[in-house]
Design a protein around this ligand. Structure first.
Ligand SMILES: NC(=O)C1=CN([C@@H]2O[C@H](COP(=O)(O)OP(=O)(O)OC[C@H]3O[C@@H](n4cnc5c(N)ncnc54)[C@H](O)[C@@H]3O)[C@@H](O)[C@H]2O)C=CC1
Ligand SMILES: O=C(O)C(=O)COP(=O)(O)O
Length: 527
């Protein structure tokens, strides 16, 4: 498989991909048409924050399976578009947390003690000792906006250095904050009012964009702001002005609304705004961590294994995946058969689990069933985008579980319905490997689902199966296997034929003309 890497990642990650037998192409700093060209035959794309993965880029990459983000923030990746294209997006949410937290602490000290400014003066030959009077962090209050992985690590470190911690994060529990000795407040205002230093650790989202503007900065009068999360959360011109006017003593920024920072940014001209070029994750350890974690996920995606930190596909732990893996194909196959038997205009899909499988996390199995349901109508569908396709098409998806699986260890039933009519296809796994369809609606059968299948509903009358065999034989269509089930003697029967080739429409017409035949459906499955 070909892996395109468009932002620099550690050699350890590149080596791991090559050792797994994949071709690695590095094309750092490509953009525009060159990027579109480079991704055109890529099976995986690995990026950091320097590459914008847009719908256009994804559209230019028909072979793409996964976009790996060797780091945390995915605001440079259009995840919805990736999902539409059936492309997994996965990040490395742990490997650079400590690096980002340490950089934040370093930036807090750098601004509180004017280290870069003093350094510049010394390099210019000046001993400006009398001009710098700093602020201690000891006994001050740190306001942490966003108390996730990085925010917590920062709180831990600066808490140990004598700071009181107040945090604003509407999405965490009070217990979580307490665990880190932090006071959780309900409003951003309360956090800003209490804080001497504010540090931002939220992702950039529509909610956090520009959440710190002129008014918020004014509330922090005499304090410091640190942002090592994402540009765009703080209004940059307002911040430059607040520091310039002495409303704030200083600010330290690692991230910017536009990167690289444009030469005319107002931040560049303000002495007490200190800047680093997005270095939060730039330590050897962090880079090795995120590169290897991303490489592992790319390799897993190629091997159809669970992708640990997938953001747009169910992510399962390996042990759960191994238990549900035998059922993925069965679920997909049951979905394919059900939808082809049903025809068009379904409004709902129900996936029912019985027996052992009902004890498992079946989200991914349901996604596979949906993949099967949509496969005949959408060549781009896979288990990543199938749930979204259902949503877009207004199809209700329900999952239900029951412990009773009759005589089987596990059963999966896919039912498609339009609210009035429905078709149910129920299957099991024999010996953990061989799929069998054991029921279609109320007809018990034991059909091997593969290749060309003909499903016939007929009256349970003598000679009917012989007639069907004759019609197929006359057209030189060989029957590889046949399974028959009926509700009652003389009632409606259902038979499934595995054929060596596809029966043409004229064959189905000939069958349908006979009074004993209630209906025929050709079902195509992959071999
Ligand atoms: N400068 C750099 O090189 C690095 C920057 N980062 C950035 O740091 C940020 C945080 O990363 P993590 O802590 O790993 O993420 P996380 O997902 O663990 O934590 C983010 C926290 O923000 C909170 N949050 C979301 N919306 C909020 C809102 N409107 N108000 C208050 N809180 C809100 C969430 O509840 C969550 O607890 C990300 O933007 C990430 O990209 C991470 C690593 C390196
Ligand atoms: O992991 C993150 O979110 C970061 O911001 C690090 O970005 P980078 O990988 O250094 O471009």
């Amino acid at each position: 498989m070909k892996v395109l890497v468009t932002d620099p990642i550690a050699d350890a990650g590149l080596d791991r991909l090559r050792e797994a037998g994949h071709e690695v192409e590095t094309a750092y700093d490509v953009e525009g048409d060159a990027l579109l060209d480079a991704v055109s035959d890529a099976n995986a794309l690995i990026v950091r924050s320097g590459t914008e993965v847009t719908d256009e880029v994804l559209s230019a990459a028909p072979e793409l399976v996964i976009v790996g983000r060797a780091g945390i923030g995915v605001d440079n990746i259009d995840i919805d578009a990736a999902t539409d294209h059936g492309v997994i997006v996965a990040n490395a949410p742990e490997g650079n947390v400590r690096a980002a937290a340490e950089h934040t602490v370093a930036m807090a000290f750098a601004t509180a003690r004017s280290i870069p400014q003093a350094h510049d003066r010394m390099k210019a030959g000046e001993w400006a000792k009398g001009e710098f009077l700093g602020t201690e962090v000891n006994n001050k209050t740190l306001g942490v906006v966003g108390f996730g992985r990085v925010g917590q690590e920062v709180a831990k470190r600066l808490g140990n250095l004598g700071m009181d911690i107040v945090t604003f994060d509407p999405y965490i529990s009070e217990d979580r904050a307490k665990q880190f000795g932090a006071e959780l407040v309900d409003d951003l205002d309360d956090c800003l009012d209490a804080a001497d230093f504010v540090t931002i650790h939220t992702p950039l989202t529509p909610e956090t964009e520009n959440m710190i503007g002129e008014e918020e900065l004014a509330q922090l009068e005499g304090g410091y702001v640190v942002n090592c999360a994402r540009g765009g959360i703080i209004d940059e011109p307002a911040l430059a002005e607040a520091v310039e006017d002495g409303v704030l003593k200083g600010a330290a920024l690692d991230v910017f609304g536009e990167e690289p920072l444009p030469e005319d940014s107002p931040l560049l001209g303000v002495e007490d705004v200190i800047l680093t070029p997005h270095l939060g994750a730039s330590t050897e350890a962090a880079q090795e961590n995120v590169a290897t974690s991303t490489a592992d996920q790319v390799i897993a995606a190629f091997d159809h294994q669970p992708v640990a930190n997938a953001l747009n596909a169910p992510s399962l732990d390996r042990a759960t995946f191994e238990r549900v893996e035998p059922y993925l194909e069965l679920a997909s196959t049951a979905g394919r058969i059900a939808v082809q038997l049903f025809g068009s205009h379904m409004s709902s899909v129900e996936v029912t689990y019985a027996g052992d499988i009902a004890d498992e996390d079946v989200e991914y199995v349901t996604a596979s069933a949906l993949e099967g349901v949509f496969a005949p109508s959408d060549i781009q569908v896979n288990a990543v985008n199938a749930p979204q396709i259902a949503e877009q098409r207004g199809i209700d998806v329900t999952e239900s579980k029951t412990s009773s699986a009759e005589d089987y260890q596990s059963l999966i039933t896919v039912t498609v319905s339009d609210g009035e009519e429905s078709v149910s296809v129920c299957g099991t796994q024999f010996g953990g490997e061989e799929s069998r369809i054991v029921r279609i609606d109320n007809h018990r059968i034991e059909a091997v689902p593969h290749g060309h299948m003909l499903v016939v509903r007929n009256k349970d009358e003598p000679g009917t199966i012989g007639f069907i065999g004759t019609v197929l034989g006359d057209s030189d269509i060989n029957i590889a296997g046949m399974f028959n089930g009926r509700e009652t003697i003389g009632g409606e029967a259902l038979s499934v034929y595995n054929l060596d080739s596809q029966p043409g429409a004229e064959i189905l017409d000939r069958l349908n003309e006979d009074d004993r035949i209630i209906g025929t459906t050709y079902v195509a499955l992959d071999d």
